[in-house]
Design a protein around this ligand. Sequence first.
Ligand code: CP
Length: 324
Amino acid sequence: MSAAAAPLPRRKDLLDIESLAPEEVVQLLDTARPFKELFTRSVKKVPALRGKSVLMLFYEPSTRTKTSFEIAAKRLSADVTNFAVSTSSVVKGESVLDTVETLQAMKVDYIVVRHSSPGVPNLIARHTRASVVNAGDGHHAHPTQALLDAYTLREVLPDLAGRRVLIVGDILHSRVARSTSRCMHKLGMEIGYFGPGTLVPDTRPDFARGFTSFADALAWKPDVVYLLRLQLERMHASFIPSLREYHTVFGVTPARFRQIRDAGIWVMHPGPVNRGVELVDEVMTYERSLINQQVENGIATRMSVLYSLQPVTEARADDEGAGP
Ligand code: CP
């Protein structure tokens, strides 16, 4: 009889994928499953975080991550506060740390933060007792995107070990590429990178194999093609000659779409999609496009993350239910 595995220690923060052991990744994905099952019931809420407060601190725009974190926190019965950066004292020059110190005084339990500068969530985490979740920091990391991607893939490919994912596009500026490729590697997948020479970092991780043409990359027989958004807002120089040329060489054109469909390859994209650049419209309705499933799974995986973290603010058992 094998000994039962020791429970994994609970973390205060989720800042990146690198610092997670593969078993922790698997545990977060397994924990998400019952949360997703909840969505088919008439009552979609559980009391797991009742009495806890979640602060959404988004210094950069977001549709999917912000909305799904908010829904996730509410389905766990937490109180959610949206910090509106554009109408806050940030516009008067208040620093991130001063903002966090002010909000800390309000005793929040969880801070979900997105910022254009890499490392800001780590900085906040060091200065607060609240659990900090990185919702995307510059080109550094987007760990919950990686988890929802892995969760989505496990729904269609239950055993990911040995499966191949080809990541295509603007890898240099992509926190998604960095986090998702590491997450998939931790789950035993083989990783391929293909993109313009100017948009693939020189320091490609050892586990990622590079390709110089879409034809070679498809000949590698990937199970999944993961298209990245061309991040025009982070490009401060001319990395590609034109969007039309990018589409022709690196996009899923009608001809490449036929190849992908004939080979039964799954397609993923973190969104938002630049239609006509990364892909043609038909890909959005392809039966093996996982793009909408990725969005749907954002809620359950983010519920799993919030549920699994342990803020230092956590009340002692004898405080629970006590009046003021
Ligand atoms: N994938 C992703 O992070 O999307 P949003 O920018 O809309 O949150």
